[in-house]
Design a protein around this ligand. Structure first.
Ligand SMILES: [Zn+2]
Ligand SMILES: [Zn+2]
Length: 318
């Protein structure tokens, strides 16, 4: 999939290689180091390929793996690393964090300075299990989520083991108010209407030194929200939004009312004036039925209207 207006930030390794090529090895990395977000995956909870799915799209993904929707927030100079949602694909997708400091930190079993979780649907927290004693065995990592989500993880195995063993803890943070997580990172959780089977759901706003982004991978329908999506997107520079489905005809044999999400064309109708005013809207969290994954007519229709499609590895300078 090709990207329009993808921001590429040099990794430390690329920058060092470039300086060596220019015979300027003494120039400091820090003159270019800026905090950034990197997209670690763009797929709906069920993954791509999905279990037992042999459509051309899923077969293609068997050769070219795609990952479930997630982000990392990185301050390269201070070697600070945050994860946004812990997906079933966590093992491979964190390799997209192209920072030597991250590898060092992982070996010391403290890869993340914090983990942000939107809600308790499988694509957004199952990966936590792989950070427990059978896997990386992380130590003392703050997890930022709603009180209901924290309660769910504390009272249900296997997540409760992570809590009991002191691997994760839940700092008390406000819902729907800004709080500071790091010198360069401010965060706001915003409640979002979404099937509350096990927990409530939030979107996150992340504010870096120069840019504010919104991460909202799941919502039932914009019309059920107490906020106007147009107003929320106007508060940020870049909004990564629920792009699960393009059309209601995508999932034959399933009632789309059971898995409600706003359709991409409807979201574009609502947000076109906001995009025209310079706010970037990037769709993510694509179901395996979504034709934008083919980079054909549907993807082109999105880009033609000034909207973007997230892809793994895409970076946004904060
Ligand atoms: Zn989801
Ligand atoms: Zn969900």
């Amino acid at each position: 999939m090709t990207m329009q207006r993808t921001t590429h930030v040099l990794s430390r390794r690329e920058f060092t290689a470039m300086l060596a090529a220019l015979a300027l090895p003494r120039l400091s990395w820090s003159i270019l180091a800026r905090p950034y977000a990197v997209v670690l995956g763009t797929i709906q909870d069920g993954g791509l390929p999905q279990v037992g799915c042999y459509t051309p799209r899923c077969e293609r993904a068997r050769r070219d793996p795609q990952y479930v929707a997630s982000l990392a927030l990185i301050e390269p100079d201070a070697e600070r690393y945050y994860l946004v949602d812990a997906t079933p694909d966590i093992t491979r997708q964190v390799d997209l964090i192209d920072e030597e400091g991250f590898r060092r930190r992982a070996q010391a079993r403290r890869p993340f300075d914090g983990i942000f979780l939107t809600h308790a649907h499988i694509g957004h927290y199952l990966g936590l299990a792989l950070l427990g004693r059978e896997g990386l065995g992380i130590a003392r990592t703050p997890v930022y989520c709603t009180p209901m989500m924290a309660e769910y993880l504390t009272t249900n195995g296997p997540w409760s083991l992570l809590v009991d063993e002191g691997r994760i803890s839940f700092p008390e943070v406000p819902v729907d108010a800004w709080f500071t997580v790091d010198g360069w990172l401010r965060v706001r959780m915003i409640p979002v209407p979404h099937r509350p089977e096990f927990s409530d759901t939030v979107a996150f706003m992340f504010r870096g030194p120069g840019t504010t982004i919104l991460y909202l991978p799941d919502v039932d329908r914009w019309e059920s929200w107490s906020l106007r999506v147009q107003d929320v997107v106007r508060e940020v520079d870049v909004a990564l939004l629920d792009g699960t489905f393009f059309s209601s005809a995508e999932v034959p044999g399933r009632n789309i009312e059971d898995i409600p999400h706003p359709l991409i064309p409807h979201t574009m109708d609502l947000l076109e004036p906001v995009v025209r005013d310079g706010h970037r809207v990037v769709f993510t969290h694509f179901n395996n039925s979504n034709p934008v994954l083919d980079d054909g007519a549907a993807a082109e229709a999105v880009r033609r209207r000034g909207f973007e499609l997230a892809q793994a590895g895409m970076r946004i300078v904060l």
